[in-house]
Design a protein around this ligand. Sequence first.
Ligand code: GRF
Length: 193
Amino acid sequence: MKHIAIFASGNGSNAENIINFFAGKASATVSCVLTNNADAPVAGKARRAGVPCLAFDRKAFDDGTQICRFLDLHRADYVVLAGFLWLVPGYLTDRFEGRIVNIHPALLPKFGGRGMYGMHVHRAVIEAGEKRSGITVHEVSRRYDEGRIICSVECAVMPDDTPESLAERIHGLEHKWFPTIIENEIEKLAAAE
Ligand code: GRF
């Protein structure tokens, strides 16, 4: 049984969806949630699902001691970033090398990097006149959105799309595919052990 730690900064609909997906599965479980925003809805979603949640500030994130202790306590051996906005420091990318993934709401390598999050991404896709967008799940490295791409799933960008309508379509893709992609990756890791 693998223990997944989810980092999230905001609403946490993906975090909640992943928690529900793995509930009752033998392969993995979400053992904890970590957030840089104690007031973010994701914290309430985690608590309601009975998943321990740690809220940390910038100092604790940079230092790492409290976070590593929490990850140890909850036996985390796989990390999922689901709407987590801070750049991940080396103590996490090193510790979870090959076992830390992020979801990006566009087709990387385009429309990624610093400042490319949330509506900024969807606005940029529409302004560029793209006909396709989608989701990209990738490994997390020391640079925003640059780790190895694991999987991407496409959808159409409609001529009358607004950033909001595109965001909704992309969220649908995330909810449909992200948990399964995580499960596949975890099964591959387990098979290689
Ligand atoms: C998602 O669109 C994800 O791709 C991005 O942040 C958003 C988080 O949404 N990284 P939610 O908080 O899970 O609803």
